[in-house]
Design a binder for this molecule. Structure first.
Ligand code: TRP
Length: 347
């Protein structure tokens, strides 16, 4: 495994800057990032150029959310000393790597990517798929390999993108004749994907079924109150079903007291436990999870200069790292250089 000079394996992961991060991001990836940041050399990418691939008509939203997502990172416990946070659009080497990688993937393969297929469906692109969108797996391959990442903590929906990255890596390495780029491993949490509060398969801001990490106490309470349970559990005295019951799925994901959750499940199945009681417990659990996050966020919001300074320093460090990879790839492919022809490089 290729590692950094400080011998820790390298993590790269990121988020599109389209809106505030929510509990789905938390269980899918943020928790792993916070846990791994000491044992790994971690880079987090504010993926604003990727966000444009399906938000080209609203660049203002994409821009605004760069700072918002950075605030979410710091609020959940990303330590800016351990983790480098950077802005994708500030890293031109990634764009250039993308362009090179596009020659090592076919349109048919991009169209077959299950994540892309799902997202095309969800966004209702029909036949009008932006080319940038179809090709973003190559850009994500550039993100991952530009940092020479070994580990990519992501939700399970992203697994096909890591697979496609490694295919590009293998093809490029074969072309170059040696392993210029490392393959990366997706790190996917065992909990699986968190459903939306409405019971739909995926929590997503665009579906309006998400609980933001920055949600107010009232927003949390309302979301829990609206939450999908067992539609056949009409009276508290009726036996209820736990499987597919979102309240229990969330308790499984967030309640640390496993024994208490198992006991609640047993009582619910048996009959005699109302939805309101289970929801009260979940509300307590989520309130105590999110309160400190919200407080840290509020403190940071008062000092945007501090956060922007971090992003600037992080982007600058990331620029150097990704440019070094680009230089290696260019050299590996044997692209034209003026130096080789005995001339100074153009400025
Ligand atoms: N596609 C990811 C998402 O939608 C965001 C992302 C961009 C990413 N670049 C990445 C994730 C590199 C992991 C690695 O959430």
């Amino acid at each position: 495994m290729s590692v950094d000079i400080d011998h820790r394996p390298v993590i790269l992961t990121g988020d599109r800057t389209t809106g505030p991060l929510h509990l789905g991001h938390y269980v899918g990836s943020l928790k792993n990032r916070v846990a791994l940041q000491h044992s790994h050399r971690q880079y987090l990418l504010l993926a604003d150029t990727q966000a444009l691939t399906d938000n080209a008509s609203d660049p203002a939203k994409v821009r605004r959310n760069v700072l918002e997502v950075a605030l979410d990172y710091l609020a959940v416990g990303i330590d800016p000393v351990q983790t480098t946070i950077c802005v994708q659009s500030g890293l031109p080497a990634l764009a250039e790597l993308t362009l090179l990688y596009l020659n090592f993937v076919t349109v048919a393969r991009l169209e077959r990517n299950p994540t892309i297929k799902d997202e095309i469906q969800a966004r209702g692109f029909g036949r009008d798929i932006p080319a940038g969108f179809l090709c973003y797996p190559a850009a994500q391959a550039a993100d991952i390999t530009g940092f020479k990442a070994n580990v990519v903590p992501v939700g399970e929906d992203q697994a096909p993108l890591i697979e496609q990255t490694n295919e590009i890596v293998r093809r490029l390495n074969r072309q170059v004749g040696r392993d210029v780029l490392p393959e990366a491993r997706a790190l996917i949490p065992s909990v699986g994907r968190l459903p939306g509060v409405d019971g739909k398969a995926k929590m997503s801001k665009s579906q309006g079924n998400a609980i933001a990490l920055s949600a107010t106490p009232d927003e949390i309470r309302d979301a829990v109150r609206r939450m999908y349970t067992d539609p056949n559990h009409l009276r508290a005295s009726d036996p209820g079903t736990v499987e597919g019951n979102v309240v229990f799925t969330y308790l499984d994901a967030f309640d640390e007291d496993r024994a208490a959750v198992e006991e609640l499940k047993a009582r619910y199945r048996q009959g005699g436990l109302g939805d309101a009681s289970v929801k009260r417990r979940l509300d307590d659990v989520l309130q105590s999870l999110l309160a400190p996050i919200r407080e840290r966020r509020a403190a940071l919001e008062r000092d945007p200069g501090y956060v922007l300074d971090l992003l600037r320093a992080g982007t600058s460090a990331a620029r150097e790292r990704t440019q070094a990879t680009l230089d290696e790839v260019r050299a590996g492919l044997g692209l034209f250089t003026f130096e080789e022809a005995g001339f100074a490089a153009p400025r």
